[in-house]
Design a protein around this ligand. Sequence first.
Ligand code: IPT
Length: 963
Amino acid sequence: MTGVHEIISPPVGAQPPRARTRSDAGELSLDGRWRFAWSPTALSGKDPADPGDTWDEIQVPGHWQLCGYGAPAYTNLRYPFPIDPPHVPEANPTGEYRRIVRRPPGWDGGRLLLRFDGVDSWFEVWLNGSPVGRASGSRLTVEFDVTELLTGGDDLLAVRVHQWSFASYVEDQDQWWLSGIFRSVALLHRPAGGIDDVHIVADYDQHTGDGLLRVEARSGEPVTVELAELGVRGVAGETIRVPSVEPWSAELPRLYRVLVATGAETISADIGFRTVRVDGGRLLLNGAPLVFRGVNRHDFDARSGRALTRDALERDVIGMKRHNVNAVRTSHYPPDPYFLELCDRYGLYVLVECDLETHGFSLVDWRGNPSDDPAWGEVYLDRMRRTVERDKNSTSVVMWSLGNEAGWGVNLAANARWTSDRDPSRPIHYEQDVECEAVDVYSRMYPTFDELDAIGRHDEPALADPARDVRRRGLPMLMCEYAHAMGNGPGGLADYEAIVDAYPRLAGGFVWEWTDHGLAGEGPDGRRTYRYGGDFGEPVHDGSFVIDGLLFPDRTPSPGLSELAAVVAPVRMRLDGDQLRVRNRWSFSTTEEVDFRWLLELDGEVMDAGRLDRIVVGPLSESRVTLPPAVRRAERDAPAGGELWLTVTAATGSARPGVDAGHVLARTQQRRRAAAPSREAEPLPPAAEPRPATLDGRFDHAARPKALGPFAVAQVGLDVWRAPTENDRYPGRGAQVSLETRWRAAGFDRLVDRTVEVQLGEASVRRVARYGSPGIDSGFDVDCHWTARDDRLRLDVVIERRGEWRLPLPRLGVVLALRCADPGAAELEWLGLGPGESYPDSRSANWYGRHRMTVRDAQVPYVVPQENGNRSDVRWLRLTGPEGGLRIEGAQPFEVAVRPWSTEQLERARHAAELDETGLLWVHLAAGVTGLGSASCGPPVRSSGQYRAARVRLGFDFVPEAG
Ligand code: IPT
């Protein structure tokens, strides 16, 4: 039996799609409490004429799975049902919604429309039991004419929503399956003589500085156009030249209010003048290079799924602006319409994507892919039309995307044709049109660094068809996805940026993705936890692949976002002797309003600070300025000894949309003077004579210290392993085997030790040990030598790899477990890179200096626990617990992570809330660590970020300090 929701069809009974406008015509929100009944199958048994007076209530907009009916399920590309289009399982959860609608008084004449902005996935509508229409296209607006069905009294609106439908086959985006009326519903008055649709094109002519305004309107009446601010008046259908406008860009989002009116209706639109073009192999905005420093963004909230408040949308936009992000790809569907209003206003370039993905067909070699099946042609076209028509007047929308991961075929080619006819003002994007047969830009996902570089040089592998090859090679290229931000990562952002910077052909890209999609819940002891695939008992799921954002689910930024902000900063600086080089990477703004300041520190202590004179660098230019004499003076006056560091920051001098004055845009540092030569060169003192008694009883029989400062020592050992990151778990582009697999094969996760030799002397003790793994003949030889000087202990350790290894090491150093009554609350202070975590391929966001926080705050709460919290280039650190203080000084800069739990705990826990502090402070001191990469979808850690030392020597002094 085929249900009506299994018929491949565009909406039935719907109005032609049209622009979203702000109008003075009547609008009544139908959001709020609705009656609701849930059924496990499509046959709900409910009558559309039943008002549901005794049913439950539910909030609209919302997803029923997040209101206690059924459960969310997560799959990436796999369909969670058999591939048998257009059919779906009989177990098809269905929601019956009811509410009373009253036509407001004063809405005289004209027509009445019922508008749905988002219903997942298929629905049918009745008024007073009479059918109105049916539709799918979960993230696409649809309107129905209900003029004849509304009585003016209490009218019963009934909506039946099925979770699964034929449309589910073209909505296979990588996200939670969540159903229901999840965006707003409204009743609209369309006055007689009103404007049924409007299309506003506002071009900018960069040669003359003029704006070109053209308004097309659908109305039975004459339509006037007015831009009062510039004294412009005209009529729809004509092109109005507006002299000397200020153009719109994400940097300077200048909007003008345009009124489009008939006697019956006035539409007010905030419009920016701007022109997007592909020209000479480059992507241009107003004639200047348009480079996306963007993110992919889903509509998502940890509590309400894809149903978002205006505040939540605004928070996202402000968050992007504060992290130097200038672009968004609305993966993989049109966003909540309010989002685009915000992007216009705050300034973000938007790539709006059609609600279309059939990725699951890739798992059956694309057999039966709807993209190439004419039976789906009308459905495809309808989706594209609804995408373009709704948002065609948004200034921020600079490009259309046909969809994501839907293979290639006749229906997509037709959508491209339709779109370029309908809106020649914006280029078309679609990544899977690999030969660029129908698109205007060449797009790639997760290219390796080498691939990107080759494309930058127009040197990518050739297409078989020479004509197509020539065309594609001449197109600008963007990365619609890159730098997979799953778990700890992405590493390598700075490497990508350097390549993008080097080649005019490259128009930047969009990091995957803005936010983790963890759903909020309660873990053990009522602690907040975030759920991912499998946590709702889904039989088929893709685990934590949905946790791959730059923000944690609660919308706090992860270190990956700070790294991105630093890497894509619009101002770049470099200190070079007495000169500061300033590069302005803005395309339209000078650095006139940027506030440059300097700071001189000696071992993290501020010596002096000041402000630099105004530095005015034009867009996309560079200049050098000489540092003021005050800097040289301060350097000269600084006491001898210690490291002297100069920092220059560039901050916003005045507020910009979403960004306050004083917001640091960029920072650069230089070591101006090295410390006195380190002790590293000193030879290890010879071990004293073996003696049965331990050094004042401070060591055990195996030459391990019983205490370090005030902390009793529970464990000392070699430290090689790390709790694998999500990126460690995957091989990555161009590789066959993941780091985790290689590391486990080498036995790093289960090293055992054997004492080779112990020497217990009066002033020093020494333990030589061999570390290996079951079944493996490679390992490490470790020589730990402790010497005592007064109340301090010094550790000198030599670690040597033994065997035929060719692989990078997670880390190489020692770990200490110290007993501490409250390890999370212990204070951690250090001189080195901070305040955030850093790894060899992700350290741009941090700066050298003195940093301080609790051990708990030094942990990064990745939803799936994994390696985190490393700090690099550390000279010394201080730990202060209830027991007292301990200072650890390195004979050379070292890497450190201090945790209130062990690597094993971190590895075992599947959710952050499962991590318990157990009265131990774990101090990981290393000579080096391996970077992060983005192998969970992109390339693995580059060789420059892999730690491969074969022999290291580390030295530390442990000094007790008053707590
Ligand atoms: C890519 C998808 O487009 C995106 O939606 C997301 O699933 C991402 O992967 C992984 O998180 S497609 C992949 C085959 C490169």
